[in-house]
Design a protein around this ligand. Structure first.
Ligand code: PMT
Length: 430
């Protein structure tokens, strides 16, 4: 096998000992290893037995350019490099994915395989990137283990929020490899505080240090349905993906979150209080009831109009013409919150869904609705986001405030949510 190539880099020749846990996210460490090596760092991997179910020693070996270790009592391995030597040789130990089981063993000092023995034997800094089902992450046992490990000096990156392999939605995804790399670089440079990278919080424990701890965030999401008769309604194509991702990201950042959701096919984000509504007026009532809050984020595609007269019975063909439906303007929830004179949230954030002149229309909305920040997106199918925004997994947004415009590249809606929440937390901290 080829040794790692070293690029000229101020961090060389530091070595990462990467402990790979057995979780579905293990495949992402291949990317992480590539990123680490691109920085000119050395990386050596140790796999737990179950990690082998998700990633092979061959693939790990090819991206680390080094031997992959797995067995505690391997005579050949011990002859080449003793297990204590493996940890001595490293500058930083990274555990990714740190499964619930691995965290539990670490917290209790168990050493029943090479990975856990190394973790117990090391005197180096340890960075853990947890990944597990959201209920396992929220379980009191895991909370206790994370608290214990934090007290022992282990640093955490993530987990991030979003949809999970099990089909649920919430906090538990492995932080993205670039975020883990940023944490590695920060720790190697000797800084003790990890900056907030896109995609995850460094202090994921309930230590009260998360950036939105103690804050209440209200998010609206999804479409509204405005009934025409008992079976028909006026609606739009919003899926709720963007708004739900924001709610989950705010919860991951430590906030108490109330999500007011129109009819969507998504599961409620874990750890968020979700209020289900159908119409714009119900959404407004739910928002009013959830107030006060520190941050209000209007990501819902609220119908601007409702039918003036909702028919009590299904409208029949030949009895009246649908073009004669009278439309009445709905209350503007965002403008109402922004113009509150009592208990106005510190930050009122609106979205602008446009199909033409995106920035000009969005700027006008910022002023007209009186919010502090507008997130503009082009929702036309021929716009900046391939395939359109509504219902899709990605989005391309422009943040507009009184000082100017900041355009972000096309990203997953979860990544946008996390970056937006990081931005809002920083604004609130000023
Ligand atoms: O749900 P997805 O499929 O993930 O798609 C995401 C999205 C496109 C719906 C989202 O990114 C988005 O742009 N949401 C706002 C949609 C919208 O209604 O935009 P608007 O430009 O019509 O409204 C401007 C703002 O006023 C929005 O914050 C909206 O929530 C708010 N509004 C609008 C009308 C109204 N009666 N009350 C409101 O609060």
């Amino acid at each position: 096998m080829q040794p790692n190539s070293l690029q000229p880099n101020s961090l060389q020749p530091k070595r990462i000992l990467l402990i790979v846990g057995g979780g579905i996210a293990a495949y992402k460490v291949l990317d992480l290893c590539r990123l680490i090596r691109r920085k000119g760092l050395l990386v050596r991997a140790v796999m737990t037995k179950t990690a082998g179910e998700f990633v092979t020693p061959l693939s790990l070996g090819s991206v680390t350019g080094d031997k992959v270790y797995g067995e505690l009592f391997s005579l050949t391995d011990e002859a080449e490099m003793g297990h204590i030597e493996l940890s001595r040789d490293a500058d930083l130990v990274v555990v990714a994915p740190a499964t619930a089981n691995l965290l539990a063993k670490m917290a209790h000092g168990l050493a029943d395989d090479l990975a856990t023995t190394l973790l117990l034997a090391t005197d180096k800094k340890v960075l853990a990137a947890p990944a597990m089902n959201l209920r396992m992450w929220a379980h009191p046992a895991t909370r206790r283990n994370v608290e214990r490990l934090t007290a022992d000096g282990v640093t955490f990156i993530g987990p991030a929020s979003g949809s999970m392999a099990c089909g649920e939605f919430g906090v538990g995804r492995l932080a993205e490899p670039p975020a883990i790399l940023a944490a590695i670089e920060t720790m190697l440079s000797g800084d003790t505080l990890i900056p907030l990278p896109d995609g995850a919080w460094a202090d994921a424990g309930d230590s009260g240090r998360r950036p939105l701890s103690g804050r209440h965030v209200i998010v609206t999401s999804g479409p509204t349905h405005e009934p025409i008769d008992p079976v028909r309604y006026i609606a739009n194509r919003s899926s709720g993906k963007q708004g739900h991702a924001i709610a989950a990201a705010a919860a991951a950042a430590g906030a108490r979150v109330t999500l007011v959701s129109g009819p969507v096919a998504l599961p409620d984000p874990f750890g968020v209080t979700t209020v289900h509504v159908e119409t714009a007026r119900e959404m407004q009532d739910a928002v009013d009831r959830a107030m006060p809050c520190d941050i209000f984020i209007g990501a819902a595609a609220v119908a601007d109009w409702r039918t003036g007269d909702v028919a009590g019975q299904k409208l029949k063909k030949g009895h009246g013409n649908p073009s004669e439906l009278t439309l009445v303007e709905n209350p503007d929830i965002l403008a109402g919150v922004a113009r509150r004179t009592v208990a106005r949230p510190r930050l009122v954030v609106g979205f602008a869904a446009e199909t033409t002149d995106v920035l000009a229309h969005a700027k006008a909305k910022l002023a007209r609705k009186g919010c502090d920040l507008i997130v503009a997106n082009d929702v036309s199918t021929s716009g900046e986001t391939p395939g359109g925004v509504m219902g899709q997994a990605t989005n391309t947004v422009h943040l507009i405030d009184r000082d100017g415009i900041e355009s972000w590249p096309t990203m997953g809606k979860e990544a946008i949510a996390e970056r937006l929440v990081a931005r809002l937390a920083a604004m609130l901290a000023k």
